[in-house]
Design a protein around this ligand. Structure first.
Ligand code: PNW
Length: 470
């Protein structure tokens, strides 16, 4: 068995892949270069600079639009085997629709992919990491049912252009984060339609994903690629052994990871979600549930549309039974109260506490819920203010240890990890002051100089040791 441990459980199985992630808006810059259109992040940061705590934006960022070869050099220097990046929809289709194609945008990603392949680095490509064309937001964005077809047409162009070179695809990165842009002020477009807009956006995200998956099956299956979504949430740990807290943690899981994973693996929303939102909607005097229904045709289209599980994990939350949150809201519908255990170390991100054991609990849950799917950890990382890189090493070492336990002791089918992130980048509302990179970027220098941190050298050794023994 070539998956047997090589040198005890301190090492990963043979063939385990190490890599790193980024996202277009967070690294590329070139916000209006060569015919790129506006995204909702260009728009919100320009119209409302105070939306970002530091009044910064992604106009230039790491300038990866011009310096992508430097990124590939950094990946290569560390020994990374995977690079997960995203394509900016408005860089390819400036108004979101297929009637106008921006050739320099297509060329940019072709050059990046070729550079990766020339360096033996496997690309994992996300079609959507939050930077919706503003022109589509102007007609409702993810609230508009037509977006599923716009997304399908965009996906068609991307699969056609890069399908022979890219075998690992993610349609939507973190639908659960995207919906928070509609249900809160957390991210663009910051509509704050809590308990309504979030469910509508989620519904159309799932419809869009289903259409893109079926399209690939119909037209591009000869390329042999594998499609996924990247799923996220904070892992929900029961606050006590009391059955009502265990049930609350289960609801929490189903209202985050389950919201999107259950439909794509099993055809429809988790039954508990259906039940709670329908019940609350009725109690509010609504004749239409705030959680939309799929037609039978949509269920058929969405059911069974992931070939692998993209698992994003940063942190966990203690969860107990109780009612809190705006009325209406997904939090209130879930009937839970959450808090951080005071013993969990903090990071520079207010929502990330260091809870390595959570990733093992999550991986086991994924195995049990969805039949042990092929899994890649598509994000995992630690933030600081440029001052705690040694703690970043501790974070990775402890999480990798839990992933090994998930593999060897729980039998989870995890075959790789792409950490967040290879380089410091634009951390959304936290601007550039919160840093996730294992490579430092000097944002004040004209050529955005990249310098390996200690954590990058740690990974370099770690990966080199695996290559040596394997
Ligand atoms: C990720 N959660 O978002 C994003 O994909 C990245 O773009 C981002 O830079 C990274 O986190 C660090 O912030 C997440 O609640 C948002 O568990 C929320 C959660 C997880 C990931």
């Amino acid at each position: 068995d070539d998956r047997l441990p090589i040198a005890s459980h301190t090492m990963f199985p043979k063939g385990f892949m190490f890599g790193a992630s980024t996202a277009a808006y967070q690294v590329e810059g070139g916000w209006n270069a060569d015919g790129k259109g506006m995204s909702i992040w260009d728009n919100i940061t320009h119209v409302h600079p105070d939306f970002i705590r530091t009044y910064q934006n992604g106009d230039v960022a790491d300038d990866s639009y011009h310096l992508y070869k430097e990124d590939v050099k950094a990946l290569k220097a560390v020994g990374m085997q995977l690079y997960r990046f995203s394509i900016s929809w408005p860089r390819i289709l400036p108004n979101g629709r297929i009637n106008q194609i921006n050739q320099p945008g297509l060329d940019y990603y072709m050059n990046l992919i070729d550079e990766l392949l020339a360096n033996d680095i496997t690309p994992i490509v996300a079609l959507y990491h939050w930077d919706l064309p503003q022109a589509l937001e102007d007609i409702g964005g993810w609230l508009n049912p037509d977006i599923a077809q716009y997304f399908e047409e965009y996906a068609d162009l991307i699969f056609k252009t890069y399908g022979d070179k890219v075998k690992w695809w993610i349609t939507i990165n973190e639908a659960w984060s995207v919906i928070n842009g509609y249900g809160s002020f957390a991210w663009a477009p910051a509509l704050n339609l809590h308990g309504t807009g979030d469910y509508l956006a989620g519904h159309n995200l799932l419809r869009a994903h289903g259409k893109a998956y079926r399209l690939y099956q119909r037209k591009y299956s000869h390329f042999g690629g594998k499609l996924s979504m990247a799923f996220c949430g904070a892992m929900c740990l029961p606050a006590s052994d009391a059955p009502e807290d265990i049930a609350a943690a289960e609801r929490c899981y189903q209202f985050s990871f389950g919201w999107f994973a259950h439909p794509v693996f099993k055809g429809d929303y988790p039954p508990i979600m259906r039940e709670m939102v329908d019940r609350n909607s009725k109690a509010e005097g609504r004749n239409v549930s705030r959680l939309p229904y799929f037609t039978q045709e949509e269920i058929n289209e969405i059911n069974g549309t992931v070939d692998w599980f993209g698992l994003n994990y940063y942190t966990s939350m203690m969860t107990k039974n109780g009612i809190t949150g705006d009325n209406p809201s997904t939090l209130r519908d879930t009937e839970m109260i959450q808090y951080w255990d005071p013993s969990w170390p903090s990071t520079a991100s207010d929502w990330v506490k260091v809870v390595p054991q959570g990733i093992r609990v999550l991986a086991k849950k994924v195995k049990e819920e969805y039949g042990n799917p092929l899994t890649i950890v598509t994000e995992n990382g630690y933030s600081d203010h440029g001052d705690r890189d040694v703690d970043r090493i501790g974070y990775f070492e402890s999480h990798l240890a839990e992933i090994r336990r998930a593999i060897y002791e729980d039998g989870c089918n995890i075959v790789g990890i792409a950490i967040w992130s290879i380089i410091d980048n634009f951390e959304w509302k936290d601007g550039y002051t919160v840093k996730f990179g294992i490579v430092e970027v000097d944002f004040n220098s004209p050529n955005k100089t990249r310098t390996l941190k200690k954590s990058a050298y740690w990974f370099q050794n770690y990966i080199a040791m695996h290559k040596l023994i394997q």
